[in-house]
Design a protein around this ligand. Structure first.
Ligand SMILES: C[S@@+](CC[C@H](N)C(=O)[O-])C[C@H]1O[C@@H](n2cnc3c(N)ncnc32)[C@H](O)[C@@H]1O
Length: 290
């Protein structure tokens, strides 16, 4: 297994610096068409204190089951090394670390405030096998082929370029390693879709505003359904994974298809074809009487 860059086993370091944030006082919600990293960071920083509460309440706790499913589907080998990108408050990283085989997990995110909450949770749970680092999914500070598995839950939708994000995940995955992408999806049945849209677009932003007690909560939870609506459908996402160099992509629908888990593999590197040196080839020809 390759070493983790940055001097061995990375630890969350609050002093790790990112390029200066352009923090606006009005905290704009990211627009439909551009995912400005500064605005995305501002949004998650603003909702971070209530993020977990909002997540678990608004999903009626189903999100916990979905994360457990990610760990199950990956079937990690004992002692595996995993990376969870866009880890936020580290729920998936902590879930992976408690799965059989005692994997070591690095959780990476570019919003310091989200990581801070994750770090407090990691300490409370004494999860020594989890490390949290401040890092951009589009420029991961790890060597090629470092991890046995790379995961992302409800995060890749927010990354400025889907293909570049998946490309980075693939780069740090070892050949034969697995990537898992957990994302919301558009429901298929007409009535189910209508009912869910009503909840997602009508109820959820209001509940978000109420629970978070802030305008930023309202903005974040109206951005959520818009960003899900713009995100590629399950089939398209699977094709994107394959275009980015992952193979054997398969999709598991969760809770009537509200969320989908996509699992794919980084193909093993092609073996160099052994060519017989010319002299041996000539000898073989001679011995076969050609
Ligand atoms: C909806 S939260 C998901 C958090 C967590 N994975 C979960 O399941 O609850 C999305 C996270 O993605 C992070 N994020 C978005 N774009 C990112 C990027 N380019 N690099 C690193 N983190 C990013 C945000 O900071 C935020 O914490």
């Amino acid at each position: 297994m390759g070493p983790v860059a940055n001097g061995g086993w990375p630890r969350y370091d609050a002093s790790l610096r990112l390029p200066a944030l352009t923090r606006s006082t009005t905290m704009p919600a990211p627009s439909d068409h551009e995912k400005d990293p500064g605005a995305i960071r501002d949004m998650f920083a603003a909702i971070s204190p209530r993020y977990d509460l909002l997540n678990h309440t608004l999903s009626l706790n189903v999100d916990r089951r979905w994360r457990r499913r990610v760990a199950r589907e990956l079937r990690l080998p004992p002692g595996a090394l995993c990376l969870d990108v866009c880890t936020g408050t580290a729920d998936l990283a902590l879930e992976l670390a408690s799965s059989p085989g005692a994997p070591r997990v690095v959780g990476a995110d570019f919003t310091r405030e989200m990581l801070r909450i994750g770090e407090a949770k990691r300490r409370r749970r004494r999860a020594a096998s989890v490390s949290l680092v401040l890092a951009d999914t589009l420029a991961l500070p790890f060597a090629d082929g470092t991890f046995d598995a790379v995961t992302v839950a409800f995060g890749i939708r927010n990354v400025a370029s889907l293909e570049a994000g998946i490309g980075e995940m693939r780069r740090v995955l070892r050949p034969g390693g697995r990537a898992a992408v957990l994302e919301f999806a558009e429901l298929e049945g007409r009535w189910l879709r209508r009912a869910f849209r009503l909840y997602f677009h009508g109820v959820l932003p209001r509940l978000g505003a109420w629970i978070s007690g802030s305008r930023s909560g309202a903005r974040a939870y109206s951005y959520l359904p818009r960003s899900v609506g713009e995100f590629p459908a399950a089939g398209e996402l699977r094709r994107t994974l394959e275009r980015c160099g992952l193979t054997e992509a398969r999709t598991v629908k969760l809770t009537f298809g509200i969320a989908c888990l996509h699992v794919a593999t980084r193909p093993p590197e092609p073996q160099a074809t052994p060519h017989a040196p010319p002299r041996l080839a000539a000898a073989a020809d001679a011995s076969s009487g050609r």
